[in-house]
Write a protein that binds this ligand. Structure first.
Ligand SMILES: NC(=O)c1ccc[n+]([C@@H]2O[C@H](COP(=O)([O-])OP(=O)(O)OC[C@H]3O[C@@H](n4cnc5c(N)ncnc54)[C@H](OP(=O)(O)O)[C@@H]3O)[C@@H](O)[C@H]2O)c1
Length: 346
């Protein structure tokens, strides 16, 4: 990704940009021993992360297999992954007998999670977020683990706080956040008792032009709908940067687990983003719900930025790409982030 384009023209360009490996990731592949398995690859980020891994391996000129495991509820994802050179394995990770059939690999990226639809199906969210980690740690005690978590395990804070650092005590609100903290605790348990090296990646809002907080705000501005300022700030990171940073965390695993916030370095103002979109669209942004003393989910990415540098795709570039994507009628996955939810109910 030497020169960032003015706009992203279509699906092929977007995929190329999302899955472009950083130089640091290519270098890591030369040092990393063993194959890589991505659990829960069938979600919104899996293809980006798997793509970055296979491209980094190819650019490094090393031999390494990338395995992608999911139930593949959406079967079209599986073909795309195979076409990239990822060996896909269909498995319901809640089923212990099926987990036992998985081949052993040295490096695992854990992406399984359940958030939306929690209200009314709490049992499924808890099983996915807490039982699956136990099943897989039991089967792979020899591996090195990077496990995705979420910034929702932190308490709500003000925009002035600069976001929660990794040393902020957790305070999970609602069953999604509580079960996500449960996911972390299961990895913590296995890491401490079986000596498994783990890095817990607390991610805040990845941006892929098909979905993300920028899509949510930009599409409201484009449709002339008011943007709610009750949650006045958020954190975002280009999904390709989040994927590269997560893979780089394979060298930052420890027992007890390392914890790292992965997101963009800015505490981003919703008003600023909406007004920037409005300038691209030649319209006025409208607002509602502004209030003082608002609390929200915000993470401080100072540590990740000091380890990995500023993300390759800056905030203004993401907004420009997102604006052009919306204007050209680019595909949406119809998966709103619900970034404005602060009562813990998803
Ligand atoms: N995207 C973000 O901005 C964001 C923000 C904060 C945290 N995160 C965390 O980062 C991780 C990756 O994000 P994402 O957006 O890609 O998540 P996602 O879209 O929810 O994908 C997770 C995938 O896990 C798979 N899965 C669920 N239950 C499974 C089971 N029993 N067995 C096998 N696979 C199962 C599902 O794919 P199949 O249907 O194919 O099985 C699902 O699509 C998640 O853990 C999420 O909590 C993401």
């Amino acid at each position: 990704m030497e020169r960032l384009p003015e706009a992203v023209e279509g699906e092929a360009d977007l995929d190329e940009l999302l899955s472009a490996p950083s130089q640091a990731l290519v270098d890591l592949m030369r040092r990393l021993e063993g194959d890589i398995m991505i659990l829960g690859i069938g979600g919104k980020m899996g293809s980006t992360l798997g793509g970055a891994a296979v491209r980094a391996i190819a650019e490094a000129g090393v031999r390494k297999q990338v395995f992608g495991v999911s139930r593949f509820s959406d079967s079209s994802i599986r073909e795309g992954l195979e076409a990239r050179g990822i060996k896909t394995l269909s498995c319901d990770l809640l089923n212990r007998d099926s987990v036992r059939q998985l081949p052993h690999v040295a490096n695992i990226i854990y992406m399984v999670g359940r958030k939306f639809g929690t209200a009314g199906s709490e049992h499924l969210t808890w099983a996915t977020n807490v039982l699956v980690p136990d099943n897989v740690c039991h089967h792979f005690p020899e591996s090195r683990w990077v496990a995705f978590s979420t910034g929702c395990v932190y308490p709500l804070v003000s925009a002035e706080s600069g976001g929660c650092t990794e040393s902020m005590p957790t305070d999970a609100l609602g069953e999604y956040a509580q079960s996500s903290l449960g996911r972390e605790r299961v990895f913590d348990y296995w890491s401490r008792t079986a000596g498994i090296p783990v890095c817990l990646v607390r991610l805040n809002y990845a941006v892929d032009l098909h979905y993300g907080v920028l899509y949510d705000v930009g599409s409201r501005v484009a449709q002339g709908e008011p943007v709610d300022l009750a949650v006045s700030h958020f954190n975002v990171i280009w999904q390709g940067d989040a994927a590269c940073q997560a893979l780089l965390c394979l060298e930052h695993c420890s027992s007890p687990p390392e914890i790292l916030n992965v997101t963009g370095p800015e505490t981003v103002s919703v008003r600023f983003v909406a007004e920037t979109f409005a300038r691209y669209f030649g319209t006025e942004a409208r607002f509602t719900g502004e209030k003082t003393g608002a609390l929200m989910y915000l993470s401080n990415a100072a540590r990740a930025t000091s380890m990995f540098g500023y993300p390759r795709v800056p905030l203004l570039t993401m907004i420009r790409w997102q604006a052009a994507w919306i204007q050209q009628g680019g595909r949406s996955w119809g998966k709103p982030t619900h970034y404005g939810v602060v009562d813990g109910k998803f």
